[in-house]
Design a protein around this ligand. Structure first.
Ligand code: GDP
Ligand code: MG
Length: 455
């Protein structure tokens, strides 16, 4: 249990029907008692409808509140939850009164940090809380919930348990060399090491998907001026976000918005059209657009079906050679016959989709292609297993994998038990980082500082 008592608003700031304020720590009930006498004697985990008052007896709000006695609370400590009216004035007044009574304002993620420190959840589960809060699609939510329920932790714990039992045998042979005790065999250890490595590498396969699922996938729309990039951008967003006009050079800045396809978040960027220009602002816009395209996971190169590859468009496309790209042939509504891709596409370009940003024709197919070229490889395993490692978990498990690789080599060379034990310990230590059994303080700081306040 932590020494002090913290308070924070757990719902988003602003006007709402109800706002939830949480207090956690040894003085939680005492602080509530100062606003509504009798609270110390409340039955825990039971809702009470009471009036809260400040030190001068002035009414703060009419609320519904409950007390929780540690360890039966989110944080594992004594805690209070107050549902008050969702006015920022009411919320501030209750928080100020709590602070006057001895609480301090919670830091970002401090409630979850306390839950972790008091053993209510492990580190992988605490990270899942942040993922769950950030989730925007059903797939993101499902994966976060699976991790929160301990899906990843269970797999890692099983690996650790197996390694620990083998470590015991190896170390017994070091400590009691003379005695007739059960010891390890090289063959058995090698088999366990191989199987564990296979399991770890299976988990590591979900790391790419995990990155895409959490960070999102970047798509940059580029191509000649007036090809209809901004129109396509708006059509994909489903709103008139970018200015569309027949005047070339309308878009200058890089615009960014999020869309969702197949459970993944895509950061979609509209950029300035590519052309010879003397305009300083437009050149700067083009430079930023090219920079965005360089960093993108996928480039949508838009051309006007009526214009085709005239005016340097082909050279511009060449600049994206080797990049993950789709050629989008736009304005097919204007081309008689519905737009012949073959006429418009440069030799050898297979990833071409015909669309009309104005009529919406072809957009469904474009969405499918976007998904196919950015997430298809990962989605099936994530949907099935609902496990997707984050960068930190991936780094830890790679360290475990490397230690087991070395262990395999040492076993091959018939190395002494002391060396084998070192490698098994290293693998165990690395696995322990995933669940936080062996996580350093700076890692905790990094993880919880990314949370919102009140969680
Ligand atoms: N008929 C037709 N016109 C389009 C289509 N897409 C864009 N336009 C028009 O083409 C012009 C340039 O569009 P805009 O989106 O601003 O192009 P950008 O410069 O590439 O961003 C505008 O007048 C649009 O209305 C389309 O699919 N069909
Ligand atoms: Mg534009």
């Amino acid at each position: 249990m932590q020494g002090d008592t913290i308070v924070a608003l757990s719902t988003p700031p602003g006007s709402s029907g109800i706002a939830v304020i949480r207090i956690s720590g040894p003085d939680a009930s005492g602080i509530l008692e100062s606003m509504t006498p009798g609270a110390m004697a409340w039955k825990q985990r039971t809702l009470y409808n009471r009036v809260l008052r400040d030190g001068d007896g002035e009414m703060l709000d009419d609320v519904v509140a409950a007390v929780f006695h540690g360890p039966n609370s989110y944080t594992g400590e004594d805690a209070v939850e107050i549902s008050c009216h969702g006015s920022m004035q009411v919320v501030s007044a209750i928080i100020e009164e709590s602070i006057r009574a001895g609480a301090r304002l919670a830091e970002p993620g401090e409630f979850t940090r306390r839950a972790y420190l008091s053993g209510k959840m492990d580190l992988a589960q605490a990270e899942a809380v942040a993922d769950l809060i950030a989730s925007e699609t059903r797939l993101q939510t499902r994966v976060a919930l699976e991790h929160l329920e301990g899906g990843l932790s269970k797999k890692v714990n099983a690996i650790e348990e197996r390694l620990r039992s083998k470590l015991a045998l190896v170390e017994a042979s070091i400590d009691f060399p003379e005695e007739d005790i059960e010891t390890y065999t090289v063959a058995d250890l090698a088999a366990v090491s191989d199987e564990t490595r296979r399991e770890i590498s299976e988990l590591l396969e979900s790391e790419v998907a995990g990155g895409k699922l959490r960070r999102g996938i970047r798509i940059t729309i580029t191509g000649p001026r007036n090809a209809g990039k901004s129109s396509l951008y708006n059509a994909l967003l489903g709103e008139e976000r970018a200015i569309v006009s027949p005047i070339p050079g309308t878009t200058r800045d890089v615009l960014r918005e999020r869309i969702h396809i197949g459970g993944f978040t895509y950061h979609l960027e509209d950029t300035a059209g590519l052309a010879e220009t003397v305009c300083e602002i437009e050149s700067e816009g083009m430079r930023k657009g090219r920079e965005a395209a360089c960093a993108a996971d996928l480039v949508l190169f838009v051309v006007d079906a009526g214009e085709g590859w005239t005016g340097g468009a082909l050279e511009e496309l060449e600049a994206h050679a080797g990049r993950n790209r789709i050629v989008v042939v736009n304005k097919t509504d204007l081309v008689p016959g519905g737009g012949e891709t073959a006429d418009c596409s440069p030799a050898g370009e297979v990833r071409t989709v015909d669309v009309s940003a104005v009529t919406g024709e072809g957009l469904g197919r474009l969405r499918e292609k976007i998904f196919e070229f950015t997430a298809n490889g990962e989605v099936s395993s994530v949907s099935r297993e609902r496990i997707a490692l984050n960068i930190r978990q991936g780094m830890a498990l790679r360290r475990a994998e490397e230690a087991l690789e070395r262990l395999g080599r040492e076993l091959g060379m018939n190395s002494p038990a002391e060396i084998l034990s070192l490698e098994i310990r290293e693998a165990l230590d690395a696995c322990g980082e995933v669940t936080g059994r062996s996580a350093a303080e700076d890692i905790l700081g990094e993880i919880f500082s990314n949370f919102c306040i009140g969680k």
